[in-house]
Design a binder for this molecule. Sequence first.
Ligand code: DX5
Ligand code: ZN
Length: 223
Amino acid sequence: MNKAMLAPSMMCISEWRGAEKALDELEKGKIELLHVDVMDGIFVPNLMIGTESTKNLRKASSIPLDIHLMIERPEDKLDWFDIQPGEFVSVHAESTKHLQRVLAKIRSYGARPMAALNPATPLCMIEEVLDDVDAVLLMTVNPGYAGQKLVVQTLDKIRRLREMLDKSGREKVLIEVDGNVSFENAVKMRAAGADIFVCGSSSIFCKDTPIEENIRRFRACVE
Ligand code: DX5
Ligand code: ZN
């Protein structure tokens, strides 16, 4: 089993209030990745985190970025993000006709390519690119908004993907889960074989308890 990694969702931090304090708490909590949701209003019904905010975040924190591109034709826009070696970058299989080409381009920056799938998209869509990725991102809600409910059938999808990867000798390929990764759901997702957890409003940024305490509680759920 790969080590569990936490990737708090930056769209859950307000850009105008308390962002610096929140980033500081994430650094103290030894968070592995910062999840950056990029939405273009076409691939998903929302607009979110642009190129400048992404570059500013890179300057504001030493934690590596995990950039989730929910945009049409990502191949035309990759260069806008100034992608750095070691960063994770995910592209949706549904968003491009040339998935393999986009993944190879991400690799050419020294970054870590990831293929992403919406809940309704079958695993066979990425079968032919498993050698081109370091990880697969499975959406566990329909992308676009924070605060949604888990699409329950994605739990079995995580399990089937883990089985597919392990059986083909790709144990090191990571599975990232994104959407309603609550404390309770995280336990089930870990048991199914997930490695990277996008932590949003249902865990690390839940309003009732401090971030520090939420990080500790989350780690206990997945370690
Ligand atoms: C969409 C986002 C959301 C969100 C996660 O791609 O990544 O899934 O921020 O947070 P919650 O816990 O609200 O689903
Ligand atoms: Zn995301």
